[in-house]
Ligand binder design. Structure first.
Ligand code: AMP
Ligand code: GLY
Length: 432
């Protein structure tokens, strides 16, 4: 079978790499891909939002399965367009993708399923939102424990965590008056700020059965110790001891199952990856957000550990047969993924810097360097994005996996390359 993966990040490199290992797959295409997928698969010069172009390619080349990585084509209806043409595709349709595409929609589904999440209010007008904050928090100096979020997709930047009243007023200004996030800010959610550790629990679902994947932890802030601005994710590891077996059961029973049921009651069956971003609060896990796809970078350490055939899992989800497949097998060893980024990221950065040492790093045992923002130029590999590489390693313990990942990182060089030095340290602190 030929498989087409849509996207160009680290997640898509990991997907293409894992799908290519399936005994049922003889060719993997990635549209548009990066320098890593050019080696492990074949890149296509087709934009992920060019639905007619992708459909034409899939039909002409007898593609048996298409797997959609990023949220934009999912929210734009790529799955619907493929299904209309009778093409097999893994991912939620446009309506189901609203779970990520609209915070208001997500909150309503959570509310309908009685899923634990922060208390919230929805606003359209800056003035009403400002009045709500001023009335509720009359003192300028008191803690204002709210998070203000633009409703729509904002590349992970639309959630503004506030501590003082001035922060909240500024957040409303940015979303609703300055329109920093465009139409994504037509509505805002103001919700209670929760405290605790964050964890990512992903599940593959066919809309009836849920297959939960081992829990992972992302590292969103740019700098060590969770300092600095938020990024797309500077590293992740799996499994995280923050989420115990008991907690996983709680999340399945009280978060994932009722979410799928709440969607079903609204006549929206969900087929794809359901990714719960959780805050492990004192009162138990609460949903911060849902994504409707594999996480990036969580996908990299997750798939590094998957021993079963990923295509079997995706196929079973599409066919509504997740209840009848064997449970997937996982390597018992943990994995750690360290993201290497361009100088200046998550702000502005230059592209086109030559990267050296990837091949040498890939030779290390239990190491895989997943590419994200890279491109090929002759026989050179150049930087082409903010998050450039996801250097991933397994080890007998989290600290061994961390050591191996950073050993690989040290072998890779380009001018301005940097990474967080503390990926997975929270797990180590937790274990002690
Ligand atoms: P979201 O776009 O909803 O995932 O939010 C992005 C990030 O903002 C999360 O990963 C959290 O770090 C933070 N965040 C979102 N909602 C809350 C909340 N209610 N309390 C505390 N932090 C939050
Ligand atoms: N790791 C965060 C995300 O994929 O949205």
């Amino acid at each position: 079978m030929k498989v087409l993966v849509i996207g160009n990040g680290g997640r898509e490199h990991a997907l293409a790499w894992k799908i290519g290992q399936s005994s049922r797959v003889d060719h993997v295409f990635v549209a548009p891909g990066n320098a890593g997928t050019a080696v492990d698969a074949e890149n296509l010069d087709i934009d992920p939002m060019d639905f007619p172009g992708l459909i034409r390619f899939a039909k002409r080349n007898d593609v048996g399965l298409t797997v959609v990585g990023p949220e934009l084509p999912l929210c734009g209806g790529l799955v619907d367009a493929f299904q209309d043409e009778g093409l097999r595709v893994f991912g939620p349709n446009k309506q189901a993708a609203e779970l990520e595409g609209s915070k208001v929609f997500c909150k309503n589904i959570l509310h309908g399923g009685n899923v634990p999440t922060a208390e919230f209010q929805v606003f359209r007008e800056a003035e009403t939102a400002e009045r709500y904050i001023m009335d509720r928090y009359p003192s300028e100096t008191e803690d204002v424990p709210v998070v203000i979020k633009a409703d729509g997709l904002a590349a992970g930047k639309g959630a503004i965590v506030c501590h003082r009243r001035a922060d909240a007023i500024e957040a409303i200004q940015r979303i609703a008056r300055d329109r920093e996030f465009g139409a994504a800010g037509d509505r805002m959610v103001i919700e209670e700020r929760l405290d605790g550790q964050e964890a990512s629990v992903l599940a593959i679902t066919d809309g009836k059965t849920i297959l939960t994947l081992p829990p992972a932890q992302d590292h969103k802030p740019a700098l060590d110790g969770d300092q600095g601005p938020n990024t797309g994710g500077m590293g992740a590891y799996c499994p995280t001891p923050m989420v115990s077996n008991d907690m996983m059961h709680f999340v399945e029973e009280n978060v994932l199952v009722p979410t799928v049921h709440s969607l079903k009651r609204n006549k929206i069956p969900f087929c794809g990856v359901l990714y719960a971003g959780l805050m492990l609060s004192n009162q138990g896990p609460k949903v911060l957000e849902y994504n409707v796809r594999f996480g990036d970078p969580e996908c990299q350490p997750l798939l590094m550990r998957l021993q079963s055939d990923l295509v079997d899992l995706l196929d079973a989800a599409i066919d509504g047969k997740l209840d009848s497949i064997e449970m997937p097998k996982w390597d018992t060893r943990p994995s750690v993924c360290v993201v290497m980024a361009s100088e200046g990221y998550p702000g502005s950065y230059e592209k086109g810097r030559e990267i050296r040492g990837i091949e040498e790093a890939n030779q290390l045992e239990d190491v895989k360097v997943f590419h994200a923002g890279t491109r090929i130029d002759g026989d050179r590999v150049l930087t082409d994005g903010g998050r450039v590489l996801g250097v991933t390693a397994m080890g007998n313990s989290i600290s061994a996996a961390k050591l191996q990942a950073y050993k690989a990182v040290q072998m890779i060089r380009w001018s301005g390359a940097w990474c967080r030095k503390d990926i997975s340290d929270k797990a180590l602190a937790h274990v002690e």
